[in-house]
Design a protein around this ligand. Structure first.
Ligand code: HEM
Length: 548
């Protein structure tokens, strides 16, 4: 999530700031940075890559061909080397050594992002408890309340996604959508809203708008790229640190207003159930889970609960909407794979349907159930035989491989900065000194043929089929969600949604085309958060697949 700042070298550090900040301050910023670079303690045994003649940083050479540049650096200097890039003096860590960054608690991803953007001040000012930078609470909420309940959330997620596709794209006959992200972020925001706050609140348009808008506000703080700008992080810390003019506060208020009547109604129902001596069926959403565990998480009040929910929204909506939009471009660029995906969903749903029929027959034969009619409204109701359940999505191994391959192929080559909180000695004897930032060389991992198999430069959607490498499995060969103790806890939800989106799009549309084919490569490699330079043309299937 937070680390997915674009390193697109075309982007400038925050246009808004540029307009507002006089040139003098820009110069002061450069002076400050130079001072910081000079004053940092650096291990002299870590080689610094020689600058190309005429260049004063490595940015231009990296931008010209990131893969060629990084490969040259690795071959010439080994797995650990310093670069002057993104307005910083960074130590790049490559290959198997990346594990040493993720597995060492003295490296902090959050510190590195805060250093560049001031993000922590922005986020922590909306919560009243658990404000410690290393608070495990968001992680625990996702681990304990979201991931184990995914099978129960899935039908609701599917319902939201289907209704959004139907209402916003509908039947298409060569229909151009110039910016599909607008539709897909609405769709993901509403699916997330049902999970986080329940179906009643998810119907509230103001809540959906807040889910989307807070993501834009968040983006302004993150900036358009991960280039360090002293004034950017200084301004974020100074502006948002005291919490007074943080735009997130109004979003928290929207959530509080939407949640209040729902909570009151739930309390009433709970009291009524208690009076009648029957068990109250607790609504299944994260809002309810947080209220039920109010003391466990040391929450202060409803505002605090909604502040925590908003943090989950910031972590989830943008990343998941962006990736689901990106999936469309891969389906459009590689139309030859649509059939395999469609056949797989038919096969899986038919198999499940047959298994359910066998279970019904066995119950009938054993006399446990008298007639087929008795299955109505139960788990084995025949009308749900072709539902896109969590179990069905799990069996779709081609979709899983397709999604993982997109993450691999699309990876930003230098990503996931981690700041050293203490001096850290690596296994090769080199030291990353306290205060320095190590950044991960994803090229060396995601584009390595020993780790990824043949032709890593090619998009091969079935690369992981038949291998124990699912899209949620983090390890030193797949770092889209980080690794180790801080690996993204939301990846199970994210992958479930991304696979569901893929299945639905394939079942509803026979053809997707990239509006301007000359921009295909750029569209496929667009970094999270960057605008995609071209639209998508949708054509519906004559007859929709039985999935939806
Ligand atoms: C495409 C979707 C997503 C991507 C690519 C993504 C990626 C990441 C990455 C790279 C990290 C840093 C891991 C590390 O430090 O090693 C992270 C952390 C995190 N993500 Fe995600 N994420 C996604 C979706 C989500 C969702 C849906 C949620 C919430 C439901 C979420 C919640 C979090 C949280 C709370 C952390 C911080 C974990 C910690 O520091 O312990 N993410 N994510």
């Amino acid at each position: 999530m937070l680390g997915l700042l674009s390193t697109s070298s075309e982007a400038v550090p925050i246009d808004i700031l540029r307009a507002a900040v006089p040139v003098g301050i820009g110069l002061a910023s450069a002076a400050f940075l130079t001072m910081k670079m000079v004053s940092q303690t650096v291990d002299k045994s870590i080689p610094t890559v020689a600058l190309r003649s005429g260049d004063s940083t490595h940015d231009a050479e990296f931008k010209d061909d990131p893969d060629l540049f990084l490969l040259r650096c690795e071959e010439q200097y080994g797995p650990v080397f310093n670069l002057y890039i993104l307005n910083q003096n960074l130590t790049v860590i490559s290959g198997p050594m990346v594990r040493e960054v993720f597995m060492n608690e003295d490296f902090s991803f959050g510190d590195a992002i805060h250093d560049v953007t001031g993000l922590r001040s922005f986020v922590t000012s909306i919560i009243k408890s658990n404000r410690h930078p290393d608070s495990p609470v968001p992680h625990e909420i996702i681990r304990d309340a979201i991931s184990p309940n995914l099978p129960l959330f899935t039908p609701r997620i599917v319902e939201q996604l289907v209704s959004f596709i139907d209402n916003n794209l509908g039947h298409c006959d060569h229909k151009l959508v110039e910016n599909p992200l607008l539709i897909f972020q609405d769709m993901i925001a509403s699916a997330m809203a049902t999970v986080f706050m329940g179906s009643e609140v998810a119907k509230n348009r103001k809540v959906i708008d807040t889910f989307i808008q807070c993501t834009y506000d968040f983006g302004k703080v993150l900036g358009k790229d991960s280039r360090k700008s002293f004034w950017h992080s200084f301004q974020s810390k100074a502006t948002y640190g005291n919490g007074v003019i943080n735009p997130l506060h109004k979003h928290v208020q929207v959530l509080v207003e939407a949640a209040t009547p729902v909570i009151l109604e739930r309390r009433k129902q709970e009291a009524e159930a208690a009076e009648k001596g029957i068990e109250y069926e607790r609504p299944l959403d994260i809002l309810q889970k947080l209220l039920d565990n109010f003391d466990k998480y040391n929450f202060v009040d409803l505002e605090d609960v909604c502040g925590h929910l908003l943090i989950l929204v910031l972590a989830s909506v943008h990343t998941t909407s962006d990736t689901s939009t990106n999936i469309l471009y891969y389906l459009a660029a590689f139309p030859e794979h649509m059939d395999t995906l469609l056949q797989e969903q038919h096969r899986v749903l038919d198999d499940i349907s047959q298994e359910r029929e066998e279970q019904r027959q066995s119950k009938l034969q054993s006399g446990e159930v008298q007639s087929l009619k008795d299955f109505e409204g139960t788990d084995l109701d025949p009308k749900n035989d072709h539902d896109l359940s969590a179990a069905a999505v799990k069996r779709m191994i081609h979709v899983d491989s397709f999604v993982r391959e997109i993450f691999r192929y699309r990876s930003e080559r230098l990503q996931l900065p981690h700041r050293a909180r203490k001096n850290v000695v690596l296994s090769n004897g080199m030291t990353i000194h306290k205060g320095r930032t190590a950044i991960i060389n994803l090229r060396s991992v995601h584009y390595n043929n020993e780790l990824q198999g043949e032709n890593p430069a090619e998009f091969r959607p079935w690369r992981f089929v038949g291998k124990a490498k699912s899209a949620t499995k983090v390890s030193a060969d797949f770092l889209a969600f980080g690794m180790g103790r801080h690996a993204c806890p939301g990846r199970f939800l994210a992958i479930q949604e991304l696979k569901t989106v893929s299945v639905l799009v394939v079942s509803k549309y026979s053809k997707l085309e990239i509006q301007d084919p000359s921009k295909t490569k750029k569209a496929l490699l667009t970094r999270i958060g960057d605008p995609v330079p071209t639209g998508i043309i949708f054509t519906s299937r004559q007859q929709e697949s039985k999935t939806v």
